[in-house]
Write a protein that binds this ligand. Structure first.
Ligand code: SAM
Length: 310
C-alpha cells in the first residue's frame, strides 16, 4: 500500500504483511515489485529468499537469502513505482513529475483532471499529492490501457483516490460534470490544443493547466490556443543531471592523469592537510565525481498556463 496520509511515510509506520506489495531493491537500477505471499519464494542471483521471512519486518529491511546474499524490501512509493511499472506507453519520470506537481500547485484536497492516463506513472504521484481528501479523474481513450491502469492503482492501494475513465478527450473533451470544478488539468496528448477549450471550461478561476509535449511544434500550437483564455503562459524543459560520487584509486583503470574518467569530465576532491599528514593522499585515492552516463536527456516540454479571471 502507498501512504495515503502524506504526513506519514508508511515505511516507518507499518510492518510488511502477507499480501503487501513490496519493492525488492538490489541496486538503484535493479528493482522489481513483488506481492508478498507466504509460501512463495524469490529466486535471483543472490539465492533464494522466502517470503515468510519478510512478514513482520519493517519496510526498508535488509533480508537475507539462503546463500547469505541480500536485498532491501522498500515501500512502494510513487517515486519507486515509476521505476518499476510496466511501460505500456512513454511515461513521465520524477524530474518532470516533481516540476508538474509544484507548478500545478497541487496540494491535499485538490481535484485534478488528467488525460491520457498512459501507464499511470504521473497519476500515482498526483494521487499522493492530493491525498487524503482530493481526487484524480484520469481519462484514456484506449480501453485496455485504462483497465490495466485501474488494476495497477488497485494493486498499489490508490483506487480510492483515482478514477479512470475511457474517453476521447481530444474529440469529446472532459465530462460536463467537472465544469468549473478542477483545481488543475494535466494533458499528455498528441494534439493537446484540441483539448484545451474543454480544459478551460473545467478549471476553477485561477486554476492551472499543464501540457506535456515531446515536440516544440506541439508547444507552439498549444500556446496559440492558450492565448485566448489563459495568462502566465510559460514553457520549460527539465534537464536533470545525476552524479556518481565515489572514492577511487588512481591509475587502476578508472581515472586518467588529468583527473577525468573515460571521456567524461570529472572533478577530483583535494585532500585536507590532516589527510595528507596521515598518509591518505599517498595511497593515491581520490573522491571522484562525474555525471552519470545514464542521465536522461530531453523528455518533453512542459507548458503551464493560468486561467484568466474575468
Ligand atoms: C504518453 S501516454 C501518457 C503517459 C502518462 N503521462 C504516464 O506518465 O504514464 C499518452 C496516452 O494518451 C492516450 N491518448 C491519446 N489520444 C487520446 C485521446 N484523444 N483521448 C484520451 N487519451 C488519449 C494514449 O492512449 C496514451 O495512453
Amino acid at each position: 500500500m502507498l501512504p495515503i496520509d502524506p504526513t506519514k511515510k508508511n515505511s516507518f509506520q507499518r510492518r510488511i504483511c502477507n499480501g503487501d506489495l513490496v519493492i525488492v531493491y538490489e541496486r538503484h537500477d535493479i528493482m522489481k515489485a513483488i506481492k508478498v505471499c507466504e509460501g512463495s519464494e524469490l529466486q535471483n542471483r543472490f539465492g533464494v529468499f522466502r517470503h515468510s521471512d519478510w512478514v513482520g519486518r519493517p519496510f526498508g529491511s535488509k533480508v537475507l537469502s539462503n546463500k547469505g546474499g541480500f536485498v532491501y524490501l522498500l515501500a512502494p512509493t510513487p517515486e519507486l513505482w515509476t521505476l518499476v511499472l510496466s511501460h505500456r506507453t512513454q511515461i513521465l519520470y520524477i524530474a518532470d513529475i516533481s516540476f508538474v506537481i509544484s507548478f500545478l500547485e497541487i496540494i491535499p484536497g485538490c481535484l485534478v483532471l488528467e488525460s491520457g492516463t498512459g501507464s499511470g506513472s504521473l497519476t500515482t504521484s498526483l494521487a499522493r499529492a492530493v491525498a487524503p481528501a482530493g481526487h484524480i479523474y484520469t481519462f484514456d481513450f484506449h480501453e485496455q490501457r485504462a483497465a490495466l491502469a485501474r488494476e495497477d492503482f488497485e494493486r498499489i492501494g490508490l483506487s480510492s483516490l483515482v478514477t479512470v475513465g475511457v474517453r476521447d478527450i481530444q474529440g469529446e473533451g472532459f465530462p460536463d460534470e467537472f465544469c468549473g470544478a478542477a483545481d488543475s488539468v494535466f494533458l499528455d496528448l498528441p494534439q493537446p490544443w484540441l483539448a484545451i477549450p474543454s480544459a478551460c471550461k473545467m478549471l476553477k478561476p485561477d486554476g492551472v493547466l499543464c501540457s506535456f509535449s515531446p515536440c516544440i511544434e506541439q508547444v507552439q500550437r498549444s500556446c496559440e490556443t492558450l492565448k485566448s483564455d489563459f495568462t502566465d503562459i510559460r514553457t520549460f524543459e527539465v534537464l536533470l543531471r545525476a552524479y556518481e560520487v565515489r572514492e577511487q584509486r588512481m591509475g587502476y583503470g578508472g581515472g586518467n592523469e588529468d583527473g577525468s574518467l573515460g571521456s567524461l569530465p570529472c572533478k577530483r576532491r583535494q585532500f585536507s592537510s590532516s589527510e595528507v599528514s596521515n598518509g591518505r593522499e599517498n595511497s593515491s585515492c581520490s573522491v571522484m565525481a562525474r555525471p552519470c552516463s545514464e542521465t536522461r536527456g530531453h523528455t518533453g516540454y512542459l507548458t503551464f498556463a493560468r486561467l484568466r479571471c474575468l
